[in-house]
Design a protein around this ligand. Structure first.
Ligand code: ADP
Ligand code: MG
Length: 238
């Protein structure tokens, strides 16, 4: 799904944000990206969605060779990838419904399909009763759920979240994490950039650690990080 070979990224003024990064992420994986502030995590995410260009190496994402990709194909690449931000990035003057429908309008989905799909994702993030509210009328956790609904509306193959729980309290953060796990169970590849070691230390997924732009650790201990708890009817971390 995503393959980097000796990828480097040097920003115009000479900051080496990533160096010699080689990593492969397969379809359906749930991968955490951790590292101190300034280590290159967001740059890693930005290279994948082609918000930034690598300056060295080889990279393929969803079948696109990013060294050779044409400008006209970049929207096609981005349609395969949903993005969730720490600060939600919702349109303040639009309702929850419109924030999600807008993402589908811009890619030319027909209006009936849009309506059905928006309702579907609102149910998935448990916000169907908030469709007509504005973002300012929602809690941070609810706003992030809108952000996630918007990101998955187009059924992307990959979902990249850059510190999605960074502005949330621990309980709300855990609810948001459970949502990502449920989305992963539908087959979507999840790449989660996080500072939240309280969560990362509890789960058993693959964790890629970046330090000063280099990959320093890539542990895969993917064996049942999440279980279904029949008494609460929800997924729990073990
Ligand atoms: P993280 O997300 O881990 O905090 P970033 O990928 O944002 O790290 O940044 C990695 C390094 O690249 C930092 O030194 C940062 O200052 C630098 N950097 C990030 N974006 C830019 C940019 N657009 N221009 C120049 N330097 C940048
Ligand atoms: Mg960052």
């Amino acid at each position: 799904m995503i393959k980097m070979e000796n990828v480097g990224k040097t920003y115009p003024k000479g900051v080496k944000a990533l160096r010699d990064m080689s990593v492969s992420i397969e379809a359906g994986e749930f991968v955490y990206i951790i590292g101190a502030s300034g280590s290159g995590k967001s740059t890693f995410a930005k290279l994948i969605i082609r918000e930034e260009k690598m300056t060295k190496g080889k990279m393929t994402v969803c079948g696109f060779d990013l060294a050779k990709i044409k400008s006209k194909d970049i929207p096609k690449l981005r349609r395969q990838i949903g993005v969730v931000f720490q600060d939600y990035r919702l349109l303040k003057n639009r309702t929850v419904f419109e924030n999600i429908s807008y993402a589908l309008e811009v890619i030319g989905t027909n209006p009936e399909e849009i309506k059905a799909r928006v309702i579907e994702v609102l149910i998935q993030v448990e916000l169907e009763d908030k469709a007509d509210q504005k973002p300012t009328e929602l809690s941070g956790g609810e706003q992030q759920r809108v952000g996630i609904a918007r990101a998955i509306a187009n059924k992307p193959k990959v979902l990249i979240a850059d510190e999605p729980t960074g502005n949330l309290d621990p309980k709300t953060a855990l609810e948001i994490m459970r949502l990502f796990y449920r989305i992963n169970l539908t087959g979507t590849t999840i790449i989660m950039v996080t500072h939240n070691l309280a969560i990362v230390n509890k789960v058993h997924n693959r964790v890629i650690e970046i330090k000063n732009g280099a990959l320093v650790d890539d542990k895969c201990k993917n064996n049942g990080s999440l279980q279904y708890d029949y008494s609460s009817g929800d997924y729990i971390f073990i």
